[in-house]
Write a protein that binds this ligand. Structure first.
Ligand SMILES: Cc1ncc(COP(=O)(O)O)c(C=O)c1O
Length: 360
């Protein structure tokens, strides 16, 4: 595989330079972020944080207040929570643990950052192929059998959008020395929390759950995620990492989000309604376009499969300032696939109409 291919979506500055346009002219369906402006109360809390001591003093390195707020949200104890500089930072420490336990199984195609994290520690991994056809009924049983000591699960899976059932993941926890469950997209899935492994963290010491606030609240620039696992493990991670990995603004924003239950609930309802509206609409419209077919998905992105290579189509879409995720960097995918994240109705209509005009 060509190592110059983009490993993530959302490379807006790079694409804008290439297309000689401004980033705000681009409709970015290559990164799977909720397309709404971040919550107003979060924006206010960030403005306040700039004018108070959050900017002018070091963050509390124990992150106690933030840990308490996250723990309350999930009905667990604060010592089971470790905030991180996005989920991505926490994968680095999960990978250190994984490397100690043995070989990691990475269900593929999958999110590239797990391999990046494992390479930091010379960790060995096997990219195990997932079946590339699946029904539209969700959740589904996690389909792989045990091939190694450690298993990395993404629920729902990126890039396929499949939601795995909690029972089938619990079965994997019993079979493996360590299971790392990335739930970065789970809060976006209507009824997704039913499949969360967080309630099982106390029962299984070989389980690490990782969450991100990036996608749900549309804040990729803030960098805030958290790990939930047993406290001895998380204390070790705190000793290994740089001091103050989560900055004072992210701390203030995270406390604000997590402490306002009523407003988060209404935000999450809005996200679920949007996915329930746009998901079926996009499936139906994309199915009408010859030469491509959308794959079933539980979340805010879906894979588009082409009868032939979609590389030229992606380039032509980019010339119309629409970015879809190039899937050539994913193992076992290649040129016939593109990943598209859901936009507002206007954005989705623009993507569907442009696709139709380019193909027909
Ligand atoms: C499955 C998955 N997990 C985690 C992340 C990274 O999350 P964060 O922005 O919190 O580092 C991504 C980003 O694309 C992702 O796709």
């Amino acid at each position: 595989m060509n190592s110059n291919l983009p490993k993530h979506g959302g490379n807006l500055n790079q694409e804008a330079r290439r297309l000689h346009c401004k980033t705000k002219q681009l409709l970015d369906a290559s990164a799977s972020i909720v397309p709404f402006e971040p919550p107003i109360s979060l924006q206010q809390s960030l403005r306040e944080a700039i004018s108070n001591e959050s900017l002018r003093s070091y963050p509390d390195w124990t992150y106690e207040e933030l840990r308490i707020a996250i723990a309350k949200w999930h009905h667990i104890t604060p010592k089971m929570v470790l905030p991180g500089n996005g989920a991505a930072e926490l994968f680095t420490w999960a990978a250190r643990e994984a490397t100690k336990e043995g070989i990691s199984c990475l269900p593929s195609p999958g999110f590239s950052d797990y391999a990046r994290a494992l390479r930091c520690w010379d960790g060995q991994f096997i990219e195990t192929p997932l079946p590339m056809s699946w029904p539209s009924r969700m959740p589904q049983e996690f389909p792989l059998t045990k091939v190694s000591e450690v298993l990395w699960i993404t629920n729902p899976h990126n890039p396929t959008g499949q939601l795995w059932s909690k029972e089938s993941i619990e079965f994997q926890i019993k079979a493996h020395k360590l299971v790392i469950c990335d739930e970065a997209f789970l809060p976006l899935v209507p009824n997704g929390e039913n499949e969360s492994m967080i309630p099982l963290v106390e029962k299984y010491s070989n389980l690490i759950v990782i969450r991100s606030l990036t996608k749900l609240f549309s804040i990729p620039g803030l960098r805030l995620g958290y790990a939930i696992s047993n406290s001895e493990r998380l204390q070790a991670w705190s000793r290994w990492r740089d001091p103050w990995p989560v900055n004072g603004l992210a701390v203030a924003g995270g406390i604000n989000l997590m402490s306002h239950k009523a407003s988060i609930h209404s935000w999450i309802d809005k996200v679920h309604n949007w996915i329930q509206e746009e998901g079926p609409w996009l499936q139906a419209r994309l199915k009408e376009i010859p030469g491509i077919s959308p794959k079933p998905s539980a979340v805010n992105f879906l894979l588009i499969q082409g009868d032939k290579s979609l590389t030229l189509l992606r380039k032509k879409l980019a010339e119309k300032y629409i970015l879809l995720r190039d899937c050539r960097s994913f193992s076992y995918l290649g040129e016939k696939y593109l990943r598209m994240s859901f936009q507002t109705k206007t954005g989705n209509q623009r993507i569907v109409n442009t696709l139709r005009n380019l193909i027909i």
